[in-house]
Design a protein around this ligand. Sequence first.
Ligand SMILES: [Zn+2]
Length: 335
Amino acid sequence: MTTVLIRNADVLLTMVAGQAPIHDGGLFVRDNVIEQIGPSDALPQTADKVVDARGMIVAPGLINTHHHLYQTLTRAVPGANDQELFDWLVRLYPIWGELTQEAVYTSAYIGMAEMILTGCTTTTDHLYLYPNDCTIDGEIKAAVDLGMRFQPTRGSMSLGRSKGGLPPDHVVQEEDAILKDCQRAIEQWHDPKPYAMVRIGLAPCSPFSVTTDLMIEAAKLARTYDNVLLHTHVAETRDEEQFCIERFGDRPAAYMERVGWTGHDVWWAHAIYLNDDEIRMLAETKDACRDKDWRGALPVVQHAARVGDREDSRDARCGGQGRAGGRRLRVERHL
Ligand SMILES: [Zn+2]
């Protein structure tokens, strides 16, 4: 067992509604659990590691609810930046097709280190490309090495260009192989218990890169385990909306509802182009929407404001993290 004592902080913020900041505060941690918070003189006076936080503010770590850590390596590719989503993806898919396990580890390590340095202590990741020797294990190893609490999602793409999808065929996988590896990842890494440091989620990538069968089967598989959540992109662009109407006969949100992708165990990335009925449906099903990609960050903030205006939609939540050029945008809002 390892204990950590942080004391003498000028201000400790709990961020609990109604709880005042604690001056000259601190906290006591055993392993990865905060056992006590309060004035420094009310805490244990010794620990394996003692941090004097004089002159500092102590606050809860930020939680990042959507990310593609492997993209850390392709942030500034000529011909990709400033493109619309579909063109941006088409430019980058061939490069991502060269991804290796070493690149998965390195990109995750860099991305997580950046997050830790800016106050984020828990993150998810949506890794949906598995060319060459790539597995989700590479990014989990990076989180373990850094000590970051991690909820990676085993993403997937099964609808290649020859079947009417957007990604080239060589970066998609067969459904059986996807589901088999989803099960392996859960059974090898998933910890359903409180204070878990690693939990797996399942995350078919998006309506334009995944078959309906895979959406349904992934949800079924996740729901046979405790605390295995579901994550995907929904209603991110008008192109996607058009694709869903033409291919599935439904708008993106209605399609998700039809294939069982709503409820308390589902969170959507983006959810920008929703109408009032769809926002109400999200609130009623206790779904959550999150956004990270820079091209979606602002619209979701606007969307969050819309949801916040609605008395009957207070249970919908939006949050996320994004990048615009070299700047980092961080958006976290609970309504
Ligand atoms: Zn995304």
